[in-house]
Design a protein around this ligand. Structure first.
Ligand SMILES: *Cc1c(COP(=O)(O)O)cnc(C)c1O
Length: 391
């Protein structure tokens, strides 16, 4: 909140290194204090009654959460940011803030699965009309807008299959219709895409991923423009959904090095994606920075880079996928991503409705970590050989 405006002109790595906190505010210590707090004392009854001081209670912000949220505001160009206990909470809190019974909400069909689960269960139970749209719909989303459409939820590239959305076109239609556009920007982070500059109202990050960067923290951030900030902030306070100080501190700490880490994730992932293209047993590679990707032009127009997560389609089915995964020694088999280490998983696409299609094999998602690419390639080669042995 209310970050120093001058930092916006600085380069992204300077912002990441210095954003959100001025060491002179705390005795010169380079990092902000970790404030553990519920109660905050007031100097007298008048101040207590009017709550006329900067901090009033632990759920309403501390110097630690301010440091992280201000750093996010500088990166996002947002009016305010909230920190919540997980990336999934960063999805559900804004949806609960803006949707009421009788409202219509549009979700991209390639959405992160737990977001879909929340929409299909809790939002429907609360009386929200949930509808899914094709990720490649662009301005055609106009045909799906109803008088009661309140939220258009986007995620680009799409979860697991990496379809690119025309975010500016969708956001323009939504704004005209009086709907709030939300974007789950976890894949690109604040470094490679700035949602609010492309018409999005609310930018969501699972900071669990690259911001934390070490597979040991759960946290989410939600950054809002002027028009939506007050309502978002109020919903967080009403729900009591605040993040713990140690996790908030660790995420800001992770963000200090996120620029250099992402440079490496980006370069290694692209090298491996290019190497995979055309390999025997590989049907296709789903990575928006590859010229072969159907959304490549949109990615190039709107994004300034790509992170370390992409998928490829392995010839075969569950047995080949299992053989591939079991042969890996460096890649770990596990969910989530954005940490320093490489991961692999076969993804399920069975939840898709309007954009369901056959990819011609097993869709394997790779998170490329900070290891040496020669070692990762050798590991993948073992996996491909194990899968090929079944054919
Ligand atoms: C991981 C993820 C989330 C949720 O983050 P958690 O901290 O694991 O709850 C939300 N959106 C996307 C796109 C993600 O990849």
């Amino acid at each position: 909140m209310n970050g120093p405006k001058t930092t916006k002109q600085r380069g992204i790595n300077t912002q990441l290194t210095h954003g959100g906190y001025d060491p002179r505010d705390f005795h010169g210590f380079v990092n902000p204090p970790v404030v553990h707090a519920s109660t905050v004392l007031f100097p007298d009854s008048q101040t207590m009654r009017t709550r006329n001081q900067r901090y009033t209670y632990g759920t309403r912000g501390t110097p630690t959460t301010d440091a992280l949220c201000t750093a996010c505001d500088e990166l996002e160009g947002s009016a305010g940011t909230i920190a919540v206990p997980s990336g999934l909470a960063a999805v559900t809190v804004p949806l609960l803030a803006f949707l009421s019974a009788g409202d219509h909400a549009l979700f991209v069909d390639t959405i992160y699965h737990p977001t879909r689960r929340f929409a299909d269960t809790m939002l429907k139970r609360l009386g929200v009309d949930v509808e899914y749209y094709d990720p490649e719909i662009g301005a055609g989303i106009r045909a799906l807008i109803k008088p009661n459409t309140r939220v258009v939820f986007t995620e680009s590239p799409g979860s697991n299959t990496f379809e690119m959305q025309d975010i500016p076109a969708i956001a323009a239609v939504a704004r005209e219709a009086g709907a709030v556009t939300m974007m789950d920007n976890t894949w690109a982070t604040q470094i490679f895409f700035r949602p609010l500059e492309h018409g999005v109202d609310i930018s969501i990050n699972a900071a669990t991923k690259y911001q934390a960067g070490h597979s040991d923290i759960l946290l989410g951030t939600v950054s809002a423009n002027e028009a939506t900030w007050e309502r978002l902030s109020d919903a967080q306070l009403t729900l009591g959904c605040c993040a713990g100080p140690d996790d908030v501190y660790q995420v800001l700490r992770g963000m200090r090095t996120m620029g250099v880490r992402l440079d490496r994730h980006q370069a290694s992932a692209l090298e491996i994606a290019r190497w995979l293209e055309g390999r025997p047993g590989v049907v296709s590679v789903l990575h928006p920075a590859l010229e072969s990707h159907p959304g490549h032009d949109l990615w190039k127009r709107d994004f300034s880079g790509a992170s370390g997560l992409f998928s490829f389609v392995l010839e075969g089915d569950a047995p080949e996928a299992g053989a591939f995964l079991d042969a890996l020694e460096i890649f770990g088999l596990g969910y989530s991503w954005g940490g320093y280490e490489s991961l692999a998983v076969q993804v399920s696409l069975s939840d898709r409705t309007v954009s369901a299609r056959d990819f011609g094999g097993a869709v394997m998602r790779l998170q490329i970590g900070l290891e040496d690419t020669a070692d990762l390639i050798a590991d993948i080669e073992k996996g491909l050989a194990a899968a090929a042995a079944l054919r």
